[in-house]
Design a protein around this ligand. Structure first.
Ligand code: ATP
Ligand code: MG
Length: 398
């Protein structure tokens, strides 16, 4: 932004004498040097290109990370990049004039491979694109920490899951053992074999084996990598189809169903089949929480550069102390629940690079909010001051 003192000085430029002009120029030069020093000292790489994609600012970090020769001339940026992948990325990215957020590249450096994230944002002025700002971040350490954290998290999740499975299979195993012992006792005396009693024990053994099979099937569904295919598409038909699907069940329990989808919602990357499953699990929980009727609301809206899908009920609510437990595998308060519904929903949403939050008041109801990212291409450009227009004495926001 143009400093206030400069604005003022320019407005009275005609009245300034030579000494004042020198003073003013010194101030402007100081300001410029400070800005230059700040950009040059940044740990991250910064490049600003003009409309012809020729760099007008390259800081030292950018030169070092991208290995741009210091005598690089007045040519589009990609001519100064040796790495073929990066060269192609800059060529296509700059020419397309689209905003690109955090594209990742592995580059070979003397100390080993480094991972860098590059973002391109168009500089917009007077509603016209006037260049591109490039931000380059070395994310090698960040990635390492994330991998360590993910490993620790998956180990912890595996422990919980293993404990859950052990607990789940304990009951059927105990029952199997008892009924087999009872059958052994009957078979010890074949002359007085009680056919009916034997059939009864066999029936229970079969039932328990069925239960074990179910536990294994559900377990595998919860842990197996998902075959997720994300496609850019509209959310509205998905919510409408879901609403029609659950309407008969909702009506059966005297539940009013409301669907509200914000107009002109941007498309998002989603896997229709899996997202429907994730939402259905939430809806089924909501219906189960309103056995005496109530209102089930499905809502989709855009907020803070993300899409939010809200599933709200006016049911029994969740006590605060259970809020951290409900996503754990096998956690259930229902007689016939597997306790895997929310685990699966959580997994599906994570595969969509999203998140889930909950708000609940016992006796009043619960709202599950799914947060899904909006793809970069849908975002707005960065506003800045245009060089030409500033020197012409005007300033305009994009
Ligand atoms: N909308 C809700 N209102 C009240 N309690 C809920 C709600 N959603 C989930 N819960 C609580 O969270 C628990 C875990 O839910 P989850 O969907 O994982 O398993 P479940 O519903 O018990 O079993 P399943 O989904 O296999 O039928 C539920 O048993 C219930 O106690
Ligand atoms: Mg459930």
């Amino acid at each position: 932004m143009k400093p206030a003192f400069l604005e003022k000085a320019l407005s009275m430029a005609g009245k300034l004498d030579f000494n004042d002009l020198v003073k003013l120029l010194n101030l402007v030069a100081m300001d410029d040097m400070r800005l230059e020093a700040a950009i040059q000292s940044m740990f991250d790489g910064i490049i600003v290109c003009n409309r012809e994609h020729v760099p007008v600012i390259i800081n030292k970090s950018a030169e070092r990370i991208l290995k741009i020769p210091s005598d690089f001339g007045n040519k589009p940026l990609w001519h100064g990049i040796a790495d073929e992948d990066l060269k192609q990325f800059f060529h296509e990215g700059l020419v397309s004039e689209e905003n690109i957020m955090g594209s990742e590249f592995a580059i070979d450096c003397p100390g080993g491979t480094r991972i860098i994230a590059i973002s391109l944002s168009t500089l917009v002025f007077s509603e016209k694109i006037s260049g591109t700002i490039i931000h380059i971040e070395d994310i090698t350490e960040k990635r390492k920490k994330e991998t360590q954290l993910r490993r620790a998290e998956s180990l912890a999740a595996l422990t919980t899951l293993a404990a859950g499975v052990a607990h789940e299979i304990n009951n059927p195993l105990g029952s199997l053992s008892i009924h087999i012992q009872l059958m052994e006792r009957l078979l010890k005396n074949p002359q007085k074999l009680d056919d009916k009693a034997l059939q009864h024990h066999l029936g229970i053994v079969k039932e328990e084996i069925d239960k074990l099979e179910h536990i294994v099937k559900d377990f595998l569904f919860a842990v197996r990598p998902m075959d997720i295919q994300l496609l850019n598409q509209d959310l509205k038909p998905i919510l409408e189809e879901l609403a029609e699907f659950v309407r008969p069940e909702a009506e059966k329990y005297n539940i009013k169903l409301k669907v509200s989808v914000q107009k002109d919602l941007p498309k998002i990357l989603l896997d229709k089949r899996h997202l429907k499953q994730a939402l259905l699990n939430l809806i089924q929980n909501a219906i189960a929480a309103m056995s005496d009727g109530g209102t089930l609301k499905l809502e989709a809206k855009k907020a803070d550069e993300e899409i939010r899908i809200l599933v709200s009920d006016t049911g029994i609510g969740i006590p605060e102390e259970l809020l951290t437990k409900i996503f754990e595998p096998y956690f259930t308060t229902k007689k016939n629940g597997t306790g895997l519904g929310l685990t699966i929903t959580f997994k599906i949403i994570k595969e969509h690079a999203g998140d889930i939050s909950i708000e609940s008041k016992p006796g009043k109801g619960t709202t599950f909010t799914i947060h899904l990212p909006i793809p970069q291409a849908e975002r707005k450009s960065l506003p800045i001051y245009d060089e030409d227009a500033v020197s012409a004495g005007s300033h305009v926001e994009a």
